[in-house]
Write a protein of this length. Structure first.
Length: 208
């Protein structure tokens, strides 16, 4: 059995292209493997804990071997609940609309919550960082209204893709497949690109 976590970073609900493409992939994968379980995390619908002063102090305490204060432990426990939901999955499907050349702020908040020492990574003074979430897979779904690979800089940039790919590697996830639908607006017929992305999703599920 595979446990999948669908991390939806779109604020557009059922109108979201990235969400719907990810759903196509997961539906096709479920049809192939009925034992698959899917947990959907809608980041704009669920209240994430803040990673503020107390949580930052808790993280530093872990790095330096100091004891956490009561306030820091509470913040650390809240972050741990978010991480445990993340770590329980074997497969991650991320719906990521590109906002202002990057990822939506709510996705960055979630990443900052789950990417903690001793949970998602460890550090060795001589060897550096190493990810702890090995043996897992990820599928990333990117959408953007104007920017698409190869366009001039006047039509935007994509800092989202390299950031997410680097973060996945950082936490130990190096088996990553990508689905892209772009541009969704600056195109004569958006339905053509969407159909290609949906077909890519079904083909990817068949190959899993």
């Amino acid at each position: 059995m595979t446990n999948a976590l669908h991390i939806n970073a779109s604020a557009r609900g059922k109108s979201s292209d990235s969400r719907n493409i990810a759903t196509t992939f997961l539906d096709a994968l479920t049809a192939k493997d009925p034992t698959l379980t899917v947990d959907t995390l809608d980041l704009f619908e669920e209240r994430l804990p803040d990673f503020g002063t107390a949580a930052a102090g808790a993280k530093l305490a872990v790095f330096t071997g100091q004891e956490q204060t009561l306030e820091q432990r509470r913040a650390w426990d809240q972050a741990r609940e978010v991480f445990d939901r993340f770590a329980a999955a074997d497969l991650y499907v991320l719906s990521i609309p590109i906002w202002n050349s990057g990822i939506p702020y709510i996705l960055k908040q979630w990443i900052d919550l789950v990417t903690q020492p001793g949970w998602a990574f460890e550090f060795d003074p001589t060897q550096g960082y190493s990810g702890l979430l090995t043996g897992k897979r990820a599928v990333t779904v990117y959408t953007s209204g104007v920017h698409s690979p190869g366009v001039p800089l006047e039509f935007g940039a994509d800092f989202a893709t390299p950031f997410v790919e680097d973060w996945l590697r950082f936490v130990g996830i190096d088996s990553v497949s990508e689905i892209r639908y772009a541009p969704t607006v600056l195109t004569p017929d958006p339905s053509v690109g969407l159909a290609v992305a949906q077909e890519r999703a079904r083909e990817l599920a068949a190959a899993f």
